[in-house]
Ligand binder design. Structure first.
Ligand SMILES: [Zn+2]
Length: 384
């Protein structure tokens, strides 16, 4: 039996949690824990880490394993490795290596319950397509998607697609019927097209408010249309760069916290020093002095994020005025529910994917949760 102690994120009560065979067997009061205790973080969108992109024709299962375990220190207990718009050859390679890594390396299987395919069926318009290379953008193709899902050994759990193509409603229906979550993103779709996508079973909006035109008609537009549709869970990047606090607050108030989840959208180039880089995934990008990652020569378009999910929780608390009890589920149980992934929870019988952490100081202007330990299926995989 293992134990882990802390103050419950939801009630503030100090408890000791007992774990056997990866499952919580008891939760008992204990005197004066200092760190907070909650479920492990669940990230639906991670493109790479520590200089390694998943979109890489030379990607190996061992590299997937090192990316996976490197994020234990960020409090992540489940994540979806994400491949972005590219040639069929690239996407097939990425999907088959990710699948092989899950099949053969237990550390990957324990952390990556599936994959997110973001593209290639996205908008060709500048702005909505963001950093996705135009030459590889194409209309939805069910046969190609099936071949990629085969390469992934059935592991694709989320497909981000723009519903602006004529065949989108039928395509989305087939993808949803095959058990995959369809998320609307990188889109210039009309209100009718967004409604048709939700009618066909789309249940999510990929990083709402990003991957959009720099200049947009005030109304109607695809932001209002997705905000107003209660069938769509908004995925939000709350890293302090992608959405201004006022937008974050307004989105969360409009959707309600229960219909929002946080994602990092972190890329393999996150955390690199300022300069120009050739990404194996998206081509020429620049890291600016303030840490923003942008398309080279198009600084108005962010090319992905550089900060982990533990950044988003305190940013959201401040921007939207949410308590820890209200905010943490947006980075833990709610994304897990959206994509039917395993997740920890503070109740007897739940999987022991847990973290202990401290909150940042009030005057910290780049606040992060300070992770002090990460427990994955009952095993302590990180301690500060
Ligand atoms: Zn994106």
């Amino acid at each position: 039996m293992t134990t882990i102690a802390g103050r419950r994120f939801d009630t503030g009560e100090s408890v000791r949690v007992s774990v056997e065979r990866g499952v919580i067997t008891a939760i008992e009061p204990q005197a004066d824990a200092t760190d907070w205790l909650g479920p492990g973080l669940v990230d639906l969108q991670i493109n790479g880490y520590g200089g390694q992109e998943f979109n890489d024709l030379a990607l190996t299962p061992e590299q997937v394993a090192s990316v996976s375990t490197a994020m234990d220190r960020d409090g992540l207990t489940a994540y979806l490795p994400t491949a972005t718009t590219h040639s069929f050859e690239m996407l097939r390679h990425t999907m088959s290596v990710l699948a092989e890594a899950r099949r053969t390396i237990p550390e990957v299987a324990a952390r990556a319950p599936g994959f997110h395919l973001e593209g290639p069926y996205l908008s060709p318009q500048d702005g909505p397509r963001g950093a996705h290379p135009l030459e590889h953008i194409r209309p939805p193709d069910w046969d190609e998607f099936q071949r990629l899902q085969e390469a992934a050994e059935g592991g694709i759990r989320i497909l981000t697609v723009s519903p602006e193509y004529d065949n989108a409603p039928e395509f989305i229906r087939r993808v949803v019927d095959s058990g995959v979550v369809v998320s609307i993103g990188h889109t210039a779709a009309t209100g009718e097209q967004i409604q048709a996508a939700a009618d066909s079973g789309a249940t999510s909006s990929t990083h709402l408010g990003n991957g959009a035109h720099g200049m947009l008609r005030r109304h109607p537009n695809y932001l209002w249309d997705q905000l107003a549709d209660d069938r769509l869970v908004a995925n939000l990047i709350a890293d302090g760069h992608h959405l201004p606090d006022a937008v974050l607050k307004t989105f969360v108030r409009a959707k309600s916290p229960a219909r929002c989840v946080l994602v990092s959208d972190i890329t393999g180039l996150g955390g690199m020093p300022p300069g120009r880089y050739e990404s194996t995934s998206i081509g020429d990008v620049e890291v600016l002095e303030d840490g923003r990652l942008v398309v080279a020569g198009q600084r108005q378009f962010l090319a992905g994020a550089a900060l982990p999910l533990r950044r988003g929780v305190p940013q959201l608390m401040r921007a939207a005025g949410l308590s820890l009890a209200e905010a943490l589920p947006l980075a833990t149980t709610q994304p897990a529910r959206l994509a039917s992934l395993p997740a920890g929870d503070l109740r007897i019988g739940a999987r022991a994917d847990l973290i202990t952490f401290r909150l940042p100081a009030d005057d910290d202007n780049a606040p992060m949760l300070e992770i002090t330990s990460t427990m994955l299926a009952g095993n302590l995989v990180y301690t500060a």
